[in-house]
Design a protein around this ligand. Structure first.
Ligand SMILES: NC(=O)C1=CN([C@@H]2O[C@H](COP(=O)(O)OP(=O)(O)OC[C@H]3O[C@@H](n4cnc5c(N)ncnc54)[C@H](OP(=O)(O)O)[C@@H]3O)[C@@H](O)[C@H]2O)C=CC1
Ligand SMILES: CCCCCCCCCCCCCCCC(=O)OCC(=O)COP(=O)(O)O
Length: 324
């Protein structure tokens, strides 16, 4: 039968050949369509941030500083927020010295305030709107971490962390949101953490503040769905910054140690690029973490019992190490 088909010029072999040949233009076509789609997506993303007024809190160091650099290079009009004017001036000078590409850059504005002071946040929002007229993108980045034992931690410390990490971003968002709605455009970004999804021992105040942040901005996203307002929650794992150095302990004193996990974390430049992309693509949420923390996030939902047992073992091990 095979020979008969070959004689007629219709062998199974040739049919396979034909199929293979047909797949090539199909594959090339798909790659072409995908590349075109990615190109259009990139163009749309860069148009979204170019010329946009972007407010960044905690711009004096770490992730906030790197976000300032990537959004500045992308052509955004920056409003840099921080507590330390000198450090903001240094950053403005550093941005001015950056190599200029083909995209037009804009001289940043600075606004100095402490996020834990709700009245200062309110007047800062007026200053921002008076200076630049509108806000297109607000990046709630500033934050502080904590290391401590719940039994020893003063409630004033829990409150301080909540004031900076939760009430600060909430107050600033509420102050700027009405003007965004009026303008018919606005994007609220919040830098939460993997610890906004899972709680690990000796981080109670920090994890609680990040869980509250996640919850608030998830509610906001839903409530804003009928408007032009976008909400992006970014949940990074460890980033190589001064977060652990600046963390507070049970009695409110500064921890002042560069933890190994932090030192071995992802670079702040990388994470800032991910934030820029997530904003450009109007992502609702991004988890920027390695395999183990990512699995831990899923494990917390799929098998809480196992997750709690792992956390209890972790607490026991850490306590042993501290007492050793
Ligand atoms: N590094 C990490 O491993 C991770 C960090 N994150 C989050 O990223 C964000 C940025 O932290 P990161 O860059 O790592 O840490 P840094 O300590 O380097 O930066 C924190 C920033 O927050 C500002 N800040 C702190 N307290 C206040 C306040 N009361 N009012 C105004 N600004 C304040 C600091 O300003 P000042 O210079 O005045 O102190 C600084 O600019 C935080 O929200 C953090 O929780 C999330 C996951 C992992
Ligand atoms: C099926 C296998 C699942 C394996 C799961 C094992 C669980 C292991 C625990 C992993 C814990 C990851 C914690 C990550 C914490 C993190 O990335 O936090 C980011 C921060 O915000 C850092 O702040 P910090 O002040 O704590 O340095």
């Amino acid at each position: 039968m095979f020979l008969a088909e070959r004689k007629r010029g219709f062998s199974p072999l040739k049919m396979t050949d034909l199929t293979s040949w047909a797949i090539i233009p199909l594959l090339l076509g798909s790659v072409g369509v995908y590349s075109l789609y990615r190109l259009l997506q990139r163009l749309r993303s860069s148009a979204y941030v170019q010329g946009a007024v972007v407010v960044i809190t905690g711009a004096t160091s770490g992730l906030g500083k790197e976000c300032a650099k990537v959004f500045y290079s992308a052509g955004s009009q920056l409003v840099l927020c921080g507590r330390n004017e000198e450090r903001l001036d240094d950053l403005v000078r550093e941005l001015g010295r950056m190599r200029k590409g083909s995209i037009q850059t804009h001289k940043p504005h600075k606004v100095i305030f402490d996020l834990s002071d709700v009245e200062a946040v309110d007047s800062a929002s007026h200053e921002i709107l008076n200076n630049v007229g509108k806000v297109d993108i607000l990046i709630n980045n500033a934050g502080i971490s904590y290391r401590g034992n719940i039994l020893k931690t003063k409630v004033s410390v829990d409150r301080m962390i909540m004031d900076i990490n939760y009430f600060g971003p909430v107050a600033l968002t509420k102050a700027l949101l009405p003007s965004m709605i009026k303008n018919g455009r606005g994007h609220i970004v919040v830098i939460s953490s993997v610890q906004g999804k899972i709680s690990i021992p000796f981080r109670s105040a920090y994890a609680a503040s990040k869980h509250a942040t996640q919850a608030f901005f998830d509610c906001l996203r839903a409530e804003m769905a009928a408007t032009e307002i976008e909400v992006t929650v970014v949940n990074p794992g460890y980033i190589k910054t001064n977060l652990s150095m600046n963390a507070v302990t049970d009695d409110g004193s500064i921890y002042g140690v560069m933890d190994q996990n932090t030192a071995e974390g992802r670079s702040a430049e990388d994470v800032a690029q991910i934030v820029l992309r997530a904003v450009g693509e109007r992502k609702k949420e991004v988890l920027v973490a390695g395999l183990v923390p990512t699995l831990a996030v899923y494990l917390r939902t799929i098998s809480p019992k196992l997750f709690f047992a792992i956390m209890a073992a972790r607490a026991k091990k850490e306590r042993k190490l501290k007492n050793a």
